[in-house]
Design a protein around this ligand. Structure first.
Ligand code: ZN
Length: 217
């Protein structure tokens, strides 16, 4: 059904026709297909506004994906947190909740937080792991205080994790790796061609653990 890719991403107008058809064939309701199809241009614009994720944390893109995911899953959009501390902090966890530390760590290092903790326990990995945790805690303090703006620019797969999030929201488990490549080629503004092996590995890692959720919110 989906031809093997042997050439660069197909022309836009071809995938524009294939993508809605493919999503409908997966049983995705009409309204959600429309929402997804319309999001392509929004994603591109947000990513462009965030200077392709090179300058700092891609706030516009991040909020767009949060919003899309909520809509696709039929949840109310999350409010952006504007007041960092609800009350006068009296203990460390008030200004540095473990949840924020976890998420910041997973954002910075694309590694499950529990794995980082386990590595502290092993003599071989303790030093490197402690170094990463120190950096994580410093960044997490700033994120908790100033918001996501305090985060550095994302590493390679951040954008792909967001995309995978919205695709999974409408068609969990139903999309084959080749189809996923089609969808990434269609929606992803990263400018790099997506290949099946990489997508397959990436999906596997992602399904192992949900990492890459936004650090705050
Ligand atoms: Zn991409």
């Amino acid at each position: 059904m989906v031809p093997r890719r042997t050439s660069p991403p197909r022309a836009d107008r071809t995938s524009s026709a294939i993508v809605p058809w493919m999503l409908k064939a997966k049983g995705v309701p009409k309204g959600k297909v429309k929402l997804l199809v319309d999001s392509k241009e929004q994603i591109r614009l947000a990513w462009e506004r965030d200077s392709q994720g090179t300058k700092g944390f891609p706030l516009n893109t991040s909020y767009l994906f949060l919003d899309l995911e909520s809509q696709l899953m039929g949840r109310k959009p999350r409010k952006i947190r504007s007041i960092p501390y609800p009350k006068v902090p009296t203990r460390l966890s008030d200004i540095l909740p473990e949840e924020v530390v976890q998420r910041v760590h997973e954002y910075l290092y694309e590694q499950p937080f529990e794995d980082a903790l386990a590595e502290v326990h092993s003599a071989d990995t303790a030093n490197a792991s402690l170094e990463r945790l120190k950096n994580t805690i410093e960044t997490a303090l700033e994120v908790r205080h100033f918001g996501d703006e305090a985060l550095p620019a994302p590493r390679g797969n951040w954008l792909h994790r967001q995309l995978l999030g919205i695709i999974t929201a409408v068609a969990p488990e139903k999309v084959t790796d080749s189809e996923m490549v089609e969808l990434f080629d269609h929606f992803c503004p990263c400018g790099i061609e997506h290949n099946r092996e990489a997508i397959k590995k990436f999906r596997w890692r992602h399904s192992r653990r949900q990492i890459g959720k936004p650090p705050v919110g």
